[in-house]
Design a protein around this ligand. Sequence first.
Ligand code: B12
Length: 453
Amino acid sequence: MSAHSPHILFVNPWIHDFAAFDFWARPLGLLQLAAMVRSHGMSVSYIDCLNRFHPKDMQPSKKRYRHGRGPYLKTKISKPKALQSTTRQYSRYGILPDWLIQDLKSLEQPDVIMLTSFMTYWYPGVQETIACIRSVFKEVPIVLGGIYVRLCLDHAKTYMDADYFEIGQGEASIFSIIEQLTGFKATIDIDVTNLDTLPYPAWDLQSSIPFIPLLTTRGCPFRCSYCASGFLEPNIRRHSIAHVLDEILFWHQAYGVCDFVFYDDALLYQSETYAVPLFEKIIQKQLPIRFHTPNAIHIREITPKIAFLMFKAGFKNLRMGLETTDFEHRIDQKLTYNEFEQAVQYLKQAGFKRDDMGAYLMIGLPGQKKETIIESIDQVSNSGIQPILAYYTPIPHTKLWAEAVGCSPFDISNEPLFTNNTLFPCQKNGLDWQILYEYKQHAGKGLNVENAH
Ligand code: B12
């Protein structure tokens, strides 16, 4: 075991799915770890299989989507055995395999390869990425972490050709993993319990930075039965307001970034002492920047002041976590009808237009009635904001999982592919195009292209 400072390669894997679009999707966790490793004297490389700006891509999509989003390169591939009965086309999303091979061969052999994973049902993309890596670097140990591994550990250990599986948050283990695999002992100068001691995620390793994801807070005060955030991030930890402001200023001034995307599960939590002073400081800077909340903000926290400050600070794509307007039968305790109506009023009074505001409506939940969904879509449309259809995906370690397993016509507990939300795995007959078309018809009355999933 040599003690020279090792070379660590970080890889963001391909997506295999029926549909995929870059709605501000970036591997924040992986690049957070890359930044930590780099700031501790090790050389770092990064390959993004989802890179929409790869230098070899001679026909990048001409269509320009606003604020940094856009389509991935798409290559038709054969479906996994489990999905053979579906009629839809299945594709690899991301760079061509030859480009990955050439990028790998252009690197000095790394000492360790760190791979992330995201949606549970995207695991075949991870498998293909590992196979490609192994074809170039046969002996190099591969460490696999991320959301799929953490939600489906036994499946990952059975079906993933990795040498080490990280089941937790990598900040606490990354240096000991590297020491174990290379003998290199880093002098650690960060305190993982204090988020402000972490370096900014290494977004500069990307070939292009069309936007910057921000994660001011980890964790969520709510424990909604369909969401795994409580399992993935049991405690609430926050960056200081000063740290978040400096991070925004850094990427704007150093790289000209104008679009910032909050990945928080609870951005408006305790807003009086956090979001309010943060937004006020952002406004004072008077920068030509925009903010987006694709991961939904909590409607109950939207007061006239918050609405005003968000408008002034440059919030553009506001997404709210409504889930349903069937308030009597809500499966979470985070909202009443009055709070929803009031919030929409406050946002309109603050200056937000229909195109800026959308409310996620969950469709495909166990036992969910078609009428309830259509009623919710119409109510949201009539309230003057966009109804955005969020297809439910059953997730292990959530309160709703057992009921989902019980009502699904698919073997979701043994095959994560069946948790794919576009299969409607908790509907008696799975995906019903006619019903989905009806929902989209209803929603379309105010739906703009970006959400036509
Ligand atoms: C931000 C986010 C998004 C973003 C995009 C994020 C992205 N990177 O692509 C947006 C808003 C686009 C999004 C969309 C969706 N999302 Co989402 N999302 C999240 C969220 C809130 C945070 C993920 C994140 O960045 N975490 C922060 C980083 C720091 O954590 P991390 O990535 O886990 O990394 C840490 C560890 O895992 C580990 N680690 C990670 N990689 C590696 C690698 C190595 C080598 C090591 C050692 C360690 C390690 O260390 C890291 C640092 O601590 C999670 C919930 C959560 N709290 O995790 C849901 C979550 C992943 N999303 C989920 C869902 C359902 C969706 C949607 C389907 C919702 C919908 N119905 O439309 C869509 C699908 C989008 C699509 N493309 O198809 C589910 C997953 C479901 C599943 N079956 O897997 C989650 C778990 C939330 C939930 N409902 O429970 N999402």
